[in-house]
Design a protein around this ligand. Structure first.
Ligand code: SF4
Ligand code: SF4
Length: 451
């Protein structure tokens, strides 16, 4: 059992609604799943945090949150992921937020936290409310390294370890929530890898996730600390030892952004006679890459700690213009408003183009290149591609829509293709001091979304 980005919570009828909306190019009645960053605050200061340059001290007030949760539930939201900009447990009213979600039958699909603020009461709520998954970013195997990584007092490490152990004890034989303990490697401490594994396993985690510290642009970040492809030989003995420990337990979740290292992991597994781990997420036979583009515009929304709305957490970038603000006006108005509509139009176009889809900055104002280029976004279908029936129906839906793209889509495509020539002709024909002449000149400059 693990987080599914909400997919486990939605029924056949809701999936049908998503497919019908993709076919017709309309909106669903609302998102089914939301990523809710309830606060930008954090109680630690990880040196690798990618939010440090965009972090505010804002949090969504309880009053706003309860109203938002009520509205989301009425629109059909069945699950949330609590993570993002800061640590969700740093929200001053997190207990009441969890209770309110539960009272509206909205499941916590995933809570990602550093765990330092997970006291008894919160742990009990997560167990009783049957949260699906809690990911602890522990990152270090001892208090000294923890203090370096998280830039806090070493004693916090012991508190986090106690909090993880308590949550595991509270759920006892129950399966909710699934507990993941996550560690990050850098050049200073990759030799701790076996120790990290031992710690995660001794805590009773369902999975021990190992990742790398990734580059964070910014002056305060020293890129020499990052492991790179040339460190593979030095890393190998640690991998051998750790994979040996995990041989029969299969707790390790390890995938590196360095393909040679993943090949090395496979090779070591073969050498020690370990079975390849089951895939983290299955892929159904009916899933085809050509039908695997993103449908988040019909399925989910991400809400940041200041209320700003995004298609997903990966596009929560400093230079991305939000699609609205959930604290200003009704969420339903944003979902049906011009920015989300534009997102759906662009995503539908890419879905219909399938294999031949190409990112075009002149045409695509809301999606980014990583939404289109093969392999550039891991998030868009990883949780869903095991749903054979859905991808079978999606294939049918897209085939039908490809044959009959609809008047609006044909009109938009023709307009996009002919726009430069038509506007050039209009500029020549219309005097600058007339309304139409001004309009033609403005359009020529392109009314660009900054995202
Ligand atoms: S716990 Fe998460 S949000 Fe807080 S500083 Fe670390 S990486 Fe950033
Ligand atoms: S393709 Fe990826 S980056 Fe783009 S909207 Fe979907 S999930 Fe986000």
């Amino acid at each position: 059992m693990r987080g599914t980005h909400g997919w486990a919570e939605i029924d056949a009828e809701r999936k049908r609604e998503i497919l019908d909306a993709i076919r017709s190019g309309r909106a669903t009645r609302g998102p089914s799943h939301a990523e809710l960053d309830i606060t930008d605050r954090c109680n630690v200061a990880c040196y690798f945090c990618n939010q440090q340059d965009v972090r505010t001290k804002q949090q969504i007030s309880l009053e706003h949150l309860t109203a938002l949760i009520d509205e989301m539930a009425a629109m059909g939201v069945r699950s949330v992921r609590l993570s993002g900009g800061g640590d969700p447990l740093a929200h001053r009213e997190i207990g009441r937020v969890l209770d309110h979600l539960h009272s509206r039958r909205v499941v916590v699909d995933n809570l990602t936290t550093n765990g330092a603020l997970l006291g008894d009461d919160l742990a009990r709520r997560l167990v009783e409310h049957r949260a699906r998954e809690v990911v602890f970013s522990l990152n270090a195997a001892d208090s000294g390294d923890y203090a370096r990584m998280m830039q806090v007092k070493p004693v916090i490490f012991d508190r986090v370890v106690e909090n993880i152990a308590r949550l595991v004890e509270m759920r006892a034989a129950g399966s909710h929530p699934s507990v993941v303990v996550q560690f990050l490697l850098d050049r200073r401490k990759f030799r701790d890898l076996p120790k990290m594994y031992d710690l995660g396993r001794s805590l009773g985690a369902d999975r021990v996730a190992i990742g790398l510290v990734l580059n964070v642009p910014g002056e305060h970040f020293d890129p020499d600390i990052l492991l790179g492809p040339s460190d593979g030989d030095a890393l190998r003995p640690m991998l051998e030892e750790t994979l040996g420990k995990d041989r029969d337990a299969h707790l390790l979740q390890m995938f590196f952004p360095v393909p040679e290292w993943n090949a090395m992991v496979d090779e070591i597994r073969r050498e020690i006679g370990a079975a390849p781990p089951p895939p983290l997420f299955a892929t159904a036979p009916s899933f085809e890459e050509r039908n695997g583009h993103c449908f988040f515009g019909w399925y989910t929304a991400t809400i940041r700690g200041n209320g700003d709305l995004y298609p997903c957490c990966l596009l929560m970038l400093p230079d991305y213009k939000p699609l609205g603000n959930a604290l200003q006006g009704r969420l339903a108005d944003h979902w049906n408003g011009p920015e989300f509509r534009r997102l759906r139009e662009e995503q539908r176009e890419i879905l219909l183009e399938g294999d031949g889809a190409k990112f075009d900055p002149a045409r695509h104002r809301v999606i980014r290149s990583q939404c289109v280029e093969y392999g550039a976004c891991w998030l868009k279908n990883i949780y869903f591609r095991g749903d054979g029936e859905f991808y079978r129906q999606l294939a049918e839906t897209l085939e039908e829509a490809r044959r009959h793209p609809g008047f609006a889509a044909r009109f938009r495509r023709t307009w996009e293709q002919r726009k430069p020539a038509l506007l050039a002709a209009a500029r020549r024909a219309l005097p600058a001091d007339t309304l139409l002449g001004t309009w033609a000149r403005r359009l020529r400059g392109g009314l660009r979304h900054s995202g």
